[in-house]
Design a protein around this ligand. Sequence first.
Ligand SMILES: Cc1ncc(COP(=O)(O)O)c(C=O)c1O
Length: 383
Amino acid sequence: MSVPIPFNKSSQQGKELDYIYHTISNGQVSGDQSFSKKCQSLLEDTLGVQKALITTSCTHALEMAAILLKIQPNDEVIIPAFTFVSTANAFVLHGARPIFCDIRPDTLNLDESKLESLITKQTRAIVVVHYAGVGCEMDKILEIANHHGIAVVEDNAHGLFGKYRNRWLGTFGCLATQSFHETKNITCGEGGALLINNEKFIERAEIIREKGTDRTRFFRGQVDKYSWVDVGSSYVMSDILAAFLYGQLEKWQEIQKKRENIWKRYNKELSDWAAQNGVRRPIVPEHCEQAFHMYYLLMPSGECRSKFIAQLKDRDVMAVFHYLPLNSSKFAVQMTEKSWQKFQCPVSEDVADRLVRLPFYSNMSHDDQSRVLEAVLKFDSLT
Ligand SMILES: Cc1ncc(COP(=O)(O)O)c(C=O)c1O
Protein backbone atom coordinates (compact mmCIF):
# COMPACT_ATOMS: atom_id res chain seq x y z
CA MET A 1 0.00 0.00 0.00
CA SER A 2 1.34 3.44 -0.88
CA VAL A 3 0.90 6.47 1.39
CA PRO A 4 -2.42 8.05 0.38
CA ILE A 5 -2.30 11.39 -1.38
CA PRO A 6 -4.67 13.60 0.61
CA PHE A 7 -6.98 16.11 -0.98
CA ASN A 8 -5.38 18.88 1.04
CA LYS A 9 -2.34 19.21 3.31
CA SER A 10 -1.26 22.41 4.99
CA SER A 11 2.43 23.10 5.39
CA GLN A 12 4.90 25.56 6.78
CA GLN A 13 5.84 28.15 4.17
CA GLY A 14 8.19 30.44 6.05
CA LYS A 15 8.77 31.67 9.58
CA GLU A 16 5.42 30.63 11.09
CA LEU A 17 7.00 28.75 14.01
CA ASP A 18 9.53 31.52 14.79
CA TYR A 19 6.75 34.07 14.81
CA ILE A 20 4.54 31.97 17.08
CA TYR A 21 7.46 31.51 19.45
CA HIS A 22 8.08 35.25 19.35
CA THR A 23 4.50 36.21 20.12
CA ILE A 24 4.28 33.76 23.05
CA SER A 25 7.64 34.73 24.51
CA ASN A 26 6.71 38.42 24.21
CA GLY A 27 3.52 37.72 26.15
CA GLN A 28 1.36 39.04 23.29
CA VAL A 29 -1.16 36.35 22.58
CA SER A 30 -4.51 38.13 22.54
CA GLY A 31 -5.81 39.90 19.45
CA ASP A 32 -4.67 43.08 17.67
CA GLN A 33 -1.04 42.80 18.74
CA SER A 34 1.94 43.24 16.44
CA PHE A 35 1.37 40.26 14.10
CA SER A 36 -2.30 41.10 13.59
CA LYS A 37 -1.25 44.61 12.61
CA LYS A 38 1.41 43.27 10.24
CA CYS A 39 -1.15 40.99 8.54
CA GLN A 40 -3.60 43.84 8.15
CA SER A 41 -0.99 46.26 6.79
CA LEU A 42 0.23 43.66 4.29
CA LEU A 43 -3.32 43.11 3.01
CA GLU A 44 -4.02 46.84 2.89
CA ASP A 45 -0.77 47.72 1.13
CA THR A 46 -0.85 44.84 -1.35
CA LEU A 47 -4.51 45.02 -2.31
CA GLY A 48 -4.94 48.76 -1.81
CA VAL A 49 -8.06 48.31 0.35
CA GLN A 50 -8.96 51.08 2.79
CA LYS A 51 -9.02 48.73 5.78
CA ALA A 52 -8.38 45.05 6.42
CA LEU A 53 -9.50 43.52 9.72
CA ILE A 54 -8.43 39.97 10.40
CA THR A 55 -11.14 37.83 11.96
CA THR A 56 -11.72 34.39 13.42
CA SER A 57 -13.08 33.09 10.09
CA CYS A 58 -14.54 34.07 6.74
CA THR A 59 -17.94 33.06 8.14
CA HIS A 60 -17.49 35.65 10.88
CA ALA A 61 -16.34 38.30 8.42
CA LEU A 62 -19.54 37.62 6.45
CA GLU A 63 -21.56 37.99 9.66
CA MET A 64 -19.86 41.34 10.22
CA ALA A 65 -20.85 42.35 6.67
CA ALA A 66 -24.48 41.49 7.45
CA ILE A 67 -24.40 43.62 10.61
CA LEU A 68 -22.67 46.50 8.82
CA LEU A 69 -25.32 46.47 6.09
CA LYS A 70 -28.01 46.48 8.81
CA ILE A 71 -29.70 43.39 7.41
CA GLN A 72 -33.20 43.04 8.90
CA PRO A 73 -35.82 40.27 8.88
CA ASN A 74 -37.32 39.78 5.40
CA ASP A 75 -34.58 41.70 3.60
CA GLU A 76 -33.53 39.77 0.51
CA VAL A 77 -29.94 38.89 -0.23
CA ILE A 78 -29.01 37.42 -3.60
CA ILE A 79 -26.37 34.70 -3.45
CA PRO A 80 -25.21 32.01 -5.88
CA ALA A 81 -26.87 28.63 -5.28
CA PHE A 82 -23.48 26.96 -5.72
CA THR A 83 -21.54 28.14 -2.67
CA PHE A 84 -20.63 27.30 0.89
CA VAL A 85 -23.38 27.51 3.50
CA SER A 86 -21.80 30.52 5.27
CA THR A 87 -22.41 32.80 2.28
CA ALA A 88 -26.11 32.40 3.06
CA ASN A 89 -26.13 31.73 6.80
CA ALA A 90 -24.36 34.94 7.75
CA PHE A 91 -27.35 36.88 6.38
CA VAL A 92 -30.05 34.34 7.31
CA LEU A 93 -28.89 34.69 10.95
CA HIS A 94 -30.26 38.23 10.79
CA GLY A 95 -33.58 37.14 9.29
CA ALA A 96 -32.71 37.72 5.62
CA ARG A 97 -34.25 35.63 2.88
CA PRO A 98 -31.59 34.08 0.66
CA ILE A 99 -32.49 34.53 -2.99
CA PHE A 100 -30.61 31.88 -4.92
CA CYS A 101 -29.16 32.82 -8.28
CA ASP A 102 -27.97 30.16 -10.68
CA ILE A 103 -24.37 30.07 -11.89
CA ARG A 104 -22.71 30.47 -15.28
CA PRO A 105 -21.87 27.13 -16.90
CA ASP A 106 -18.34 28.31 -17.81
CA THR A 107 -16.77 29.87 -14.68
CA LEU A 108 -19.38 28.46 -12.23
CA ASN A 109 -19.78 31.99 -10.85
CA LEU A 110 -23.07 33.78 -10.19
CA ASP A 111 -24.83 34.26 -13.55
CA GLU A 112 -25.10 38.00 -13.88
CA SER A 113 -27.67 37.67 -16.70
CA LYS A 114 -30.13 36.30 -14.10
CA LEU A 115 -29.63 39.09 -11.57
CA GLU A 116 -32.17 41.65 -12.76
CA SER A 117 -35.03 39.16 -12.60
CA LEU A 118 -34.24 38.41 -8.93
CA ILE A 119 -34.13 42.01 -7.71
CA THR A 120 -37.15 43.28 -5.76
CA LYS A 121 -37.85 46.24 -3.47
CA GLN A 122 -36.56 44.09 -0.57
CA THR A 123 -33.16 43.33 -2.13
CA ARG A 124 -30.46 44.69 0.17
CA ALA A 125 -27.31 42.96 -1.03
CA ILE A 126 -25.77 40.83 -3.74
CA VAL A 127 -23.09 38.48 -2.44
CA VAL A 128 -20.77 37.13 -5.11
CA VAL A 129 -18.32 34.24 -4.79
CA HIS A 130 -15.28 34.08 -7.08
CA TYR A 131 -15.42 30.32 -7.46
CA ALA A 132 -12.03 28.61 -7.55
CA GLY A 133 -10.48 32.09 -7.45
CA VAL A 134 -11.73 33.11 -10.92
CA GLY A 135 -13.40 36.52 -10.91
CA CYS A 136 -17.16 36.98 -11.39
CA GLU A 137 -18.28 39.39 -14.13
CA MET A 138 -17.87 42.36 -11.82
CA ASP A 139 -18.43 45.08 -14.46
CA LYS A 140 -21.97 43.90 -15.15
CA ILE A 141 -22.71 42.99 -11.51
CA LEU A 142 -21.65 46.43 -10.26
CA GLU A 143 -23.56 48.17 -13.05
CA ILE A 144 -26.77 46.37 -12.04
CA ALA A 145 -26.16 46.82 -8.30
CA ASN A 146 -25.35 50.53 -8.65
CA HIS A 147 -28.39 51.09 -10.85
CA HIS A 148 -30.63 49.66 -8.10
CA GLY A 149 -28.62 51.06 -5.17
CA ILE A 150 -27.83 47.60 -3.80
CA ALA A 151 -24.66 46.75 -1.86
CA VAL A 152 -22.23 44.20 -3.29
CA VAL A 153 -20.27 41.94 -0.93
CA GLU A 154 -17.52 39.71 -2.29
CA ASP A 155 -17.19 36.38 -0.55
CA ASN A 156 -13.58 36.09 -1.67
CA ALA A 157 -12.81 32.93 0.30
CA HIS A 158 -11.17 31.40 -2.82
CA GLY A 159 -9.87 34.48 -4.58
CA LEU A 160 -7.14 36.18 -2.56
CA PHE A 161 -4.50 37.54 -5.00
CA GLY A 162 -6.63 36.84 -8.05
CA LYS A 163 -7.57 39.71 -10.40
CA TYR A 164 -10.48 40.72 -12.60
CA ARG A 165 -9.54 43.13 -15.41
CA ASN A 166 -6.27 43.90 -13.67
CA ARG A 167 -7.90 44.75 -10.35
CA TRP A 168 -7.57 42.63 -7.20
CA LEU A 169 -10.52 40.49 -6.21
CA GLY A 170 -11.80 41.78 -2.90
CA THR A 171 -11.65 45.42 -4.01
CA PHE A 172 -14.94 45.61 -5.96
CA GLY A 173 -17.63 45.24 -3.29
CA CYS A 174 -18.14 47.78 -0.50
CA LEU A 175 -17.11 44.83 1.68
CA ALA A 176 -15.22 41.62 0.94
CA THR A 177 -14.31 38.62 3.03
CA GLN A 178 -11.32 36.27 3.04
CA SER A 179 -10.81 32.81 4.49
CA PHE A 180 -7.59 31.50 5.98
CA HIS A 181 -9.04 28.06 6.71
CA GLU A 182 -6.69 25.10 6.29
CA THR A 183 -7.90 24.42 2.75
CA LYS A 184 -7.10 27.92 1.48
CA ASN A 185 -3.95 29.10 -0.34
CA ILE A 186 -2.85 31.15 2.67
CA THR A 187 -3.83 29.68 6.01
CA CYS A 188 -3.52 29.77 9.77
CA GLY A 189 -5.83 26.80 10.35
CA GLU A 190 -8.97 28.79 11.00
CA GLY A 191 -9.19 32.49 10.23
CA GLY A 192 -10.50 35.18 7.95
CA ALA A 193 -10.52 38.87 7.13
CA LEU A 194 -12.98 41.61 6.35
CA LEU A 195 -11.81 43.98 3.62
CA ILE A 196 -13.48 47.38 3.70
CA ASN A 197 -13.65 49.44 0.52
CA ASN A 198 -15.94 52.16 1.81
CA GLU A 199 -14.66 54.38 4.58
CA LYS A 200 -18.10 54.76 6.13
CA PHE A 201 -17.95 51.20 7.46
CA ILE A 202 -14.54 51.31 9.14
CA GLU A 203 -15.33 52.64 12.59
CA ARG A 204 -18.44 50.51 13.05
CA ALA A 205 -16.62 47.40 11.81
CA GLU A 206 -13.97 47.87 14.50
CA ILE A 207 -16.74 48.12 17.11
CA ILE A 208 -18.70 45.08 15.86
CA ARG A 209 -15.50 43.03 15.85
CA GLU A 210 -14.75 44.04 19.49
CA LYS A 211 -18.00 42.84 21.09
CA GLY A 212 -19.85 46.07 20.37
CA THR A 213 -17.33 48.23 22.26
CA ASP A 214 -15.04 51.09 21.23
CA ARG A 215 -12.05 49.19 22.61
CA THR A 216 -10.04 49.65 19.37
CA ARG A 217 -10.37 53.45 19.69
CA PHE A 218 -9.38 53.16 23.36
CA PHE A 219 -6.18 51.28 22.44
CA ARG A 220 -5.41 54.01 19.90
CA GLY A 221 -5.80 56.56 22.69
CA GLN A 222 -8.84 58.16 21.03
CA VAL A 223 -11.12 57.67 24.08
CA ASP A 224 -10.12 57.44 27.75
CA LYS A 225 -12.23 54.36 28.51
CA TYR A 226 -14.08 51.88 26.41
CA SER A 227 -17.71 50.91 26.74
CA TRP A 228 -20.67 49.22 25.05
CA VAL A 229 -21.66 51.36 22.07
CA ASP A 230 -23.32 49.02 19.52
CA VAL A 231 -24.15 45.39 18.76
CA GLY A 232 -21.18 43.15 18.14
CA SER A 233 -19.47 39.88 18.86
CA SER A 234 -16.03 38.39 19.38
CA TYR A 235 -14.45 38.31 15.93
CA VAL A 236 -10.83 39.17 16.84
CA MET A 237 -8.13 36.64 15.92
CA SER A 238 -5.54 35.69 18.54
CA ASP A 239 -2.04 36.95 17.76
CA ILE A 240 -0.77 33.35 17.98
CA LEU A 241 -2.77 32.60 14.85
CA ALA A 242 -1.91 35.97 13.35
CA ALA A 243 1.78 35.08 13.80
CA PHE A 244 1.18 31.86 11.84
CA LEU A 245 -0.78 33.82 9.25
CA TYR A 246 1.91 36.47 8.81
CA GLY A 247 4.51 33.72 8.25
CA GLN A 248 2.37 32.62 5.29
CA LEU A 249 1.19 36.01 4.06
CA GLU A 250 4.70 37.39 3.67
CA LYS A 251 5.40 34.43 1.34
CA TRP A 252 2.28 34.93 -0.75
CA GLN A 253 4.09 35.34 -4.05
CA GLU A 254 6.04 32.10 -3.60
CA ILE A 255 2.91 30.25 -2.51
CA GLN A 256 0.96 31.51 -5.50
CA LYS A 257 3.79 30.55 -7.87
CA LYS A 258 3.94 27.00 -6.49
CA ARG A 259 0.18 26.65 -6.92
CA GLU A 260 0.29 28.10 -10.40
CA ASN A 261 2.83 25.46 -11.45
CA ILE A 262 0.73 22.62 -9.98
CA TRP A 263 -2.44 23.94 -11.61
CA LYS A 264 -0.78 24.38 -15.01
CA ARG A 265 0.73 20.90 -14.92
CA TYR A 266 -2.67 19.32 -14.22
CA ASN A 267 -4.26 21.36 -16.95
CA LYS A 268 -1.62 20.50 -19.55
CA GLU A 269 -1.20 16.83 -18.80
CA LEU A 270 -4.92 16.15 -18.58
CA SER A 271 -5.85 17.97 -21.76
CA ASP A 272 -5.95 14.98 -24.20
CA TRP A 273 -7.44 12.62 -21.62
CA ALA A 274 -10.19 15.15 -20.83
CA ALA A 275 -11.06 15.58 -24.51
CA GLN A 276 -11.21 11.81 -25.07
CA ASN A 277 -13.35 11.18 -21.97
CA GLY A 278 -15.87 14.00 -22.27
CA VAL A 279 -14.41 15.69 -19.20
CA ARG A 280 -14.43 19.49 -18.96
CA ARG A 281 -11.43 21.28 -17.49
CA PRO A 282 -11.72 24.69 -15.71
CA ILE A 283 -12.45 27.74 -17.88
CA VAL A 284 -10.58 30.93 -17.01
CA PRO A 285 -11.60 33.96 -19.12
CA GLU A 286 -8.72 36.02 -20.57
CA HIS A 287 -9.58 39.04 -18.45
CA CYS A 288 -9.25 37.04 -15.21
CA GLU A 289 -5.99 36.27 -13.45
CA GLN A 290 -7.08 33.39 -11.28
CA ALA A 291 -5.91 32.74 -7.71
CA PHE A 292 -4.99 29.08 -8.35
CA HIS A 293 -7.15 27.93 -5.47
CA MET A 294 -8.25 24.54 -6.82
CA TYR A 295 -8.16 22.21 -9.77
CA TYR A 296 -11.53 20.74 -10.64
CA LEU A 297 -12.94 18.57 -13.40
CA LEU A 298 -16.52 18.26 -14.64
CA MET A 299 -17.17 14.61 -15.33
CA PRO A 300 -19.72 13.58 -18.01
CA SER A 301 -22.26 12.40 -15.38
CA GLY A 302 -22.80 12.01 -11.64
CA GLU A 303 -22.43 8.26 -11.98
CA CYS A 304 -19.15 8.66 -13.78
CA ARG A 305 -17.93 11.00 -11.03
CA SER A 306 -18.69 8.41 -8.34
CA LYS A 307 -16.77 5.77 -10.29
CA PHE A 308 -13.88 8.19 -10.81
CA ILE A 309 -13.63 9.09 -7.10
CA ALA A 310 -13.81 5.39 -6.14
CA GLN A 311 -11.14 4.37 -8.65
CA LEU A 312 -8.80 7.12 -7.51
CA LYS A 313 -9.39 6.07 -3.89
CA ASP A 314 -8.43 2.49 -4.81
CA ARG A 315 -5.14 4.00 -6.00
CA ASP A 316 -4.77 5.98 -2.74
CA VAL A 317 -5.61 9.32 -4.33
CA MET A 318 -8.24 11.34 -2.48
CA ALA A 319 -10.38 13.37 -4.88
CA VAL A 320 -13.53 15.04 -3.52
CA PHE A 321 -16.75 16.66 -4.70
CA HIS A 322 -17.76 20.17 -3.64
CA TYR A 323 -20.86 22.18 -2.72
CA LEU A 324 -24.36 20.75 -2.78
CA PRO A 325 -26.64 23.46 -4.20
CA LEU A 326 -28.04 25.51 -1.34
CA ASN A 327 -31.44 26.08 -2.97
CA SER A 328 -32.25 22.37 -2.73
CA SER A 329 -30.73 21.85 0.75
CA LYS A 330 -33.06 20.60 3.48
CA PHE A 331 -32.94 23.90 5.35
CA ALA A 332 -33.57 26.11 2.32
CA VAL A 333 -36.47 23.94 1.17
CA GLN A 334 -38.07 24.15 4.65
CA MET A 335 -37.60 27.93 4.68
CA THR A 336 -38.85 28.57 1.20
CA GLU A 337 -41.83 26.22 1.50
CA LYS A 338 -43.07 28.14 4.50
CA SER A 339 -42.65 31.57 3.09
CA TRP A 340 -41.68 32.56 -0.37
CA GLN A 341 -40.61 31.34 -3.78
CA LYS A 342 -38.83 28.18 -4.87
CA PHE A 343 -35.67 28.49 -6.87
CA GLN A 344 -34.75 26.61 -10.00
CA CYS A 345 -30.98 26.52 -10.43
CA PRO A 346 -30.38 23.82 -13.04
CA VAL A 347 -26.75 24.69 -13.75
CA SER A 348 -25.87 24.55 -10.04
CA GLU A 349 -27.65 21.21 -9.68
CA ASP A 350 -25.88 19.77 -12.70
CA VAL A 351 -22.42 21.05 -11.73
CA ALA A 352 -22.79 19.91 -8.12
CA ASP A 353 -23.47 16.42 -9.40
CA ARG A 354 -20.48 16.21 -11.77
CA LEU A 355 -17.69 18.31 -10.25
CA VAL A 356 -14.65 16.67 -8.67
CA ARG A 357 -11.60 18.36 -7.14
CA LEU A 358 -8.15 16.81 -7.46
CA PRO A 359 -5.61 16.86 -4.61
CA PHE A 360 -4.10 20.34 -4.62
CA TYR A 361 -1.87 21.94 -1.99
CA SER A 362 1.02 24.37 -2.03
CA ASN A 363 3.76 21.86 -1.13
CA MET A 364 2.55 19.05 -3.37
CA SER A 365 5.66 17.29 -4.63
CA HIS A 366 6.26 16.55 -8.31
CA ASP A 367 6.14 12.82 -7.53
CA ASP A 368 2.85 13.06 -5.66
CA GLN A 369 1.31 15.00 -8.51
CA SER A 370 2.65 12.36 -10.94
CA ARG A 371 0.83 9.71 -8.89
CA VAL A 372 -2.43 11.68 -9.11
CA LEU A 373 -1.98 12.15 -12.85
CA GLU A 374 -1.22 8.50 -13.37
CA ALA A 375 -4.37 7.48 -11.50
CA VAL A 376 -6.51 9.96 -13.44
CA LEU A 377 -5.09 8.97 -16.81
CA LYS A 378 -5.96 5.33 -16.12
CA PHE A 379 -9.63 6.22 -15.78
CA ASP A 380 -11.74 5.56 -18.83
CA SER A 381 -15.20 7.15 -18.64
CA LEU A 382 -16.56 4.78 -21.29
CA THR A 383 -15.94 1.53 -19.42
C1 LIG B 1 -17.10 30.43 -0.65
C2 LIG B 1 -16.84 30.21 0.82
N1 LIG B 1 -17.24 31.14 1.68
C3 LIG B 1 -17.03 31.02 3.01
C4 LIG B 1 -16.37 29.92 3.51
C5 LIG B 1 -16.16 29.82 5.01
O1 LIG B 1 -14.84 30.03 5.36
P1 LIG B 1 -14.37 29.85 6.88
O2 LIG B 1 -14.16 28.39 7.11
O3 LIG B 1 -13.09 30.66 6.97
O4 LIG B 1 -15.43 30.42 7.74
C6 LIG B 1 -15.92 28.92 2.65
C7 LIG B 1 -15.22 27.75 3.18
O5 LIG B 1 -14.62 26.97 2.53
C8 LIG B 1 -16.17 29.07 1.26
O6 LIG B 1 -15.78 28.13 0.39
